[in-house]
Design a protein around this ligand. Structure first.
Ligand code: ATP
Ligand code: MG
Length: 326
């Protein structure tokens, strides 16, 4: 286990409660009851907030990745993060971290993703994580990403997040609707559901830009910024008064895995670079969406479960179309 670094990191902390080893590969075909041989095996550290941390690190900003890790798989995730240069400080658990599998069909490039539920977390491990969270300093941006493992409930997490916010920690949430819904009471700074997650969150099935805006606006009484990705080929960002819509230029998509996590990482970086008094400022709308989509585009053109490079993001930055919707 690495020595605690939390005291020296003020900028960005990520919490991935249920990380994964992302195992990737390519197959010629996937046929039920037949063996498929997997080629081009890749192994990356995974879980939504871990990916956000990796993107933030690629942008050259200090970040500390935390959550639960256990067993040999957990050790591999920690080693892979270290190899990428991402500082981490995970609570060690007795059960094993999960593996997520993504296989791409070589012919049509369609991906099959298998996501396992992950380990059961013990009470003393939850308590250790809560002590760790309480050490986060004011002015920090905390990203909570991905599902909650068995043993860590929103009921346990909610009071901790509320106390962090009272101390001036901004919380960004990228979580499944099931966990996000009860945690909205914590008044996160930003949430980033994709279209499907957004429909689950709001119960609204309509997909058009005006329909998503009107459903999302209802959430802005509890969330400063609502970003909904994959709305009519682009992403929407809105606050209480204003709304922006952004699209990436035509590209050859190699993978869609991690595009949203990359967006979250880039948007978090913006918040960490401005004074907390500006976190809800309208002026951030355009840059948040532009940097977010530039990061998504860089990841979309990068094969496998690798994330896009910052250099690629820079080339996309000017080419992202963002318009304010009146
Ligand atoms: N196939 C695609 N073609 C073009 N743009 C895409 C594609 N997939 C995603 N995008 C762009 O990237 C943004 C984020 O992607 P998406 O909505 O898939 O995130 P996500 O589902 O949260 O992903 P993940 O959780 O795997 O990181 C979208 O708003 C869209 O602009
Ligand atoms: Mg996502």
């Amino acid at each position: 286990m690495q020595k605690p670094k939390l005291k020296s990191v003020r900028g960005i902390v990520t919490l991935t409660p249920n990380p994964a080893l992302d195992l990737g590969g390519a197959v010629d075909h996937l046929i039920p009851n037949e063996k498929s041989y997997v080629h081009d095996e890749t192994r990356f550290p995974g879980g939504n907030a871990i990916n956000a941390a990796r993107m933030i690190h690629k942008m050259g900003l200090p970040v500390l990745a935390g959550g639960f890790l256990g067993g040999g798989i957990g050790q591999e995730v920690e080693d892979l993060l270290r190899r990428e240069g991402v500082p981490s400080e995970f609570v060690k658990i007795s059960a094993s971290t999960r593996i997520s599998v993504t296989v791409s069909n070589r012919k049509d490039h369609l991906q099959t993703r298998l996501s396992f539920p992950g380990p059961q977390i013990l009470l003393h491990e939850v308590q250790e994580l809560i002590r760790w969270l309480h050490r986060i300093q004011s002015g920090t941006v905390l990203v909570i990403g991905g599902s909650l493992p068995r043993g860590l409930t929103t009921v346990r997490l909610k009071p901790v997040i509320q106390s962090l916010q009272k101390r001036g920690v901004a919380v960004i949430m990228d979580m499944p609707a099931l966990h996000l819904r009860p945690l909205l009471a914590c008044r996160p700074l930003l949430i980033k559901p994709n279209q499907v997650e957004f429909q689950e969150l709001t119960g609204e099935k309509r997909k058009s830009i005006p329909a998503v805006i009107s459903a999302a606006r209802k959430l802005t009484s509890r969330v400063s910024w609502v970003c909904v990705s994959s709305v009519e080929d682009g992403a929407l960002l809105l606050n209480r008064h204003r709304a922006w819509y952004g699209q990436i230029p035509p590209i050859q998509v190699k993978t869609t895995v991690g595009a949203g996590d990359s967006m979250v990482g880039a948007m978090t970086s913006i918040f960490s670079q401005v004074d907390p008094t500006l976190w809800s400022s309208d002026e951030l709308g355009e840059p948040l969406l532009r940097w977010g989509l530039a990061a998504a585009a860089a990841t979309l053109i990068t094969p496998g479960t690798q994330l896009g490079e910052f250099k690629k993001m820079l080339t996309f930055y000017r080419r992202i179309r963002v318009q304010e919707l009146k």
